[in-house]
Design a protein around this ligand. Structure first.
Ligand SMILES: Nc1nc2c(ncn2[C@@H]2O[C@H](COP(=O)(O)OP(=O)(O)OP(=O)(O)O)[C@@H](O)[C@H]2O)c(=O)[nH]1
Ligand SMILES: [Zn+2]
Length: 199
């Protein structure tokens, strides 16, 4: 399956964003020079630069930085990884939890790197499906495991604060590759583990 992998930008957008935020404030009928808003363009530009910091991360490098050879071929699951992303349709946040698993063939990865990988893809303009796929495919490509699995559960602000205004709906997406796709038992074990059951 081919997955859209995003472009890697290196330039920080902070300076150019500031002027645009000022223009948005004006378009909203606000006075960008009043005391409370005086520093808002700079603050917003800084916040958005952070929230889209994933464009300046190299996901391959994150994984390659901490790969270790280990004779361990059982499932490894890191669950409940908090993430914050921005939907590319409304540029509003969606956030929730990511559950990531893989079965090593020869290599294991430093556990913090799985969480860093989630952030590197989440901190961009995204759709949840692509975000889920990108994480799973990077694990598959970089660690070369027997399988990789990602399940993401998220609340979309564009469905809560506006639009259809559904306050309780959660979107669940999954990407199951290798053994997680072909072996029902493996898939079931992963699903049980992320639901908090030990076996
Ligand atoms: N599949 C998918 N859809 C998303 C995601 N984030 C937002 N959307 C949807 O993107 C769609 C954009 O639809 P449009 O009809 O062009 O936009 P809209 O008029 O603002 O739609 P409403 O949100 O229904 O008011 C909406 O249905 C959103 O709910 C996502 O991560 N995945
Ligand atoms: Zn949206």
């Amino acid at each position: 399956m081919s997955v859209q992998m995003p472009v890697h930008n290196t330039e920080k957008p902070t300076d150019s964003l500031e002027a645009h935020v000022r223009a948005i404030l004006e378009a909203l009928g606000e006075d960008p020079d009043r005391e409370g808003l005086e520093n808002t363009p700079a603050r917003v530009a800084k916040a958005w630069t952070f929230l889209t910091g994933g464009y300046r991360e190299d996901p391959d490098k994150i994984i390659n930085g901490a790969l270790f050879t280990e004779d361990y071929q059982e499932m490894i699951v890191e669950k409940d990884i908090d993430f914050y992303s921005l939907c590319e349709h409304h540029m509003l946040p969606f956030h929730g939890k990511a559950h990531v698993g893989y079965i090593p063939r020869k290599k294991i990865v430093g556990v913090s790197k799985l969480a860093r990988l989630v952030d590197a893809y989440a901190r961009r303009l995204q759709v949840q499906e692509r975000l889920t796929n990108q994480i799973a495919h990077t694990i598959m490509d970089r660690i070369n495991p027997l399988g990789a699995a990602v399940v993401m559960e998220a609340e979309h602000m564009c469905m809560r604060m506006r639009g259809v205004q559904k306050q309780n709906s959660t979107i669940v997406t999954s990407a199951l590759l290798g053994a997680f796709r072909t072996q029902e038992k493996t898939r079931a074990e992963f699903m049980n583990l992320i639901r908090g059951h030990a076996s």
